[in-house]
Design a protein around this ligand. Structure first.
Ligand SMILES: Cc1ncc(COP(=O)(O)O)c(C=O)c1O
Length: 374
């Protein structure tokens, strides 16, 4: 048996490996079920964009060549849409990897990083890997407590992560509150705005991080093709920021992080507006359906601006998770976020949503209510 403390970097010793939402194949294997719905990883339930699929299939002819490392054509397409220069964008294999690049490029040993809790796992993990010191600030009413986060910013702070909307709660921070927060940040601090779900936001009282970047603020926006564009399996995400920050990310990036197929599919997905409209329409219908169902069942839930809903099941969500699994429904129980009675449910198709709610009603009938966590 190897003693890891002798070999591994200090920062990784108390980390746990990421446990993703349970894959459909694993449940099929374990329980012998065929009809399984996965509402656990905030994927798009409508399948991929047909235009993206066609472009990906065509690009398969060229996979004996390395991809174009800097994603020049894709960057130009996106830059035009966003009305920014193309050297203000860096692509990598998923927003996950963009977060790795940000921490690798900016965190020195001992730098403090202010992070909301619970929020997306990567901020804490990669801060620790890079030798930074995470400063955690509890959410307030399911949302970022920007006032307290602001108080935690000090001379040692290098980065602040704000996930807007937040994963796992789906909440946004208000425009004026975020403006005020950004205005107070000292010059030595970079705000990382993770906007993986930005396209799902319908509340007008919210801010697009690009506004700050265009104003020259120290802000990096993290975005992805995994959610609204339905390309989670191809792994492609990007950062938007001042060109100096982007140049820093490019220094630590792998030479060819985004495959040819992913680049081709992403360019096509940018043009597939019909697909995005369908995804958004399905999401709004599902979100209202969940809201009505949770109200009827007396289960508190966070106001979501995303493609998932965080709900307090008011009993051990791990037990509900296991019971739902037997009925072929996969959800994300809240224990990984230290919210043992809560769960995060991805919005599915109308049929999937109905199946989930019916299965949940069955579970609730047989499982006693305990206290809520929030
Ligand atoms: C808030 C947030 N940021 C980043 C990511 C990572 O996205 P990607 O699939 O592009 O790696 C996710 C994925 O679920 C997310 O929820």
């Amino acid at each position: 048996m190897k003693d890891l403390t002798r070999y591994a970097r200090q920062g990784i010793l108390d980390l746990k490996a990421y446990v993703p939402g349970k894959p459909v194949e694993e449940v099929q294997d374990e329980l012998g079920l065929t009809e399984i719905i996965k509402l656990a990883s905030n994927e798009t339930p409508l399948g991929p964009s047909p235009m993206a699929v066609a472009a990906a299939v065509q690009e398969m002819q060229n996979i004996h060549f390395y991809p174009e490392g800097p994603c020049t054509w894709l960057r130009r397409d996106l830059a035009r849409r966003l009305a920014i220069a193309d050297d203000m964008i860096s692509f990598s294999n998923g927003a996950d990897n963009i977060i790795v690049l940000i921490t690798a490029a900016f965190i020195n040993q001992g730098d403090e990083v202010v992070i909301a809790d619970p929020s997306f796992f990567g901020y804490l993990t990669y801060t620790k890997v890079m030798g930074g010191t995470p400063i955690l600030v509890d959410l307030k009413n399911w949302a970022h407590d920007l006032a307290t986060m602001s108080e935690k910013v000090g001379p040692k702070t290098k980065l602040v992560f704000v996930c807007n909307p937040n994963n796992p709660t789906g909440t946004i921070v208000r425009k004026a509150e975020l403006d005020d927060f950004v205005a107070r940040l000292p010059e030595h601090v970079i705000l990382v705005l993770d906007e993986a779900y930005l396209e799902f936001v319908s509340d007008r009282d919210s801010r697009d991080g690009l506004d700050y970047i265009k104003q020259g603020r120290n802000v990096i926006s993290v975005r992805t093709f995994s959610k609204i564009c339905g390309l989670a399996g191809l792994r492609i995400g990007y950062a938007l920021a001042a060109r100096e920050f982007i140049a820093a990310l490019n220094r630590v990036r792998e030479p060819f992080p985004v495959s040819r197929v992913a680049q081709a599919a992403a360019r096509a997905a940018l043009d597939d507006q019909d697909y995005r409209i369908r995804v958004l329409a399905n999401n709004e219908v599902g979100k209202s359906y969940f809201a009505r169902a949770f109200d009827r069942l007396g289960l508190p839930f966070a106001p979501s601006q995303t493609n998932f809903v965080f709900v307090d099941l008011q009993r051990d969500s791990q037990e509900v998770f296991r019971a739902l699994l037997k009925m072929g429904v996969i959800i994300r129980p809240g224990s990984i976020w230290n919210c043992p009675t809560c769960a995060r449910i991805t919005i599915g198709t109308p049929e999937q949503n109905r199946r989930f709610i019916h299965a949940l009603e069955d579970c609730l009938r047989t499982s006693p209510r305990t206290t809520g966590t929030t």
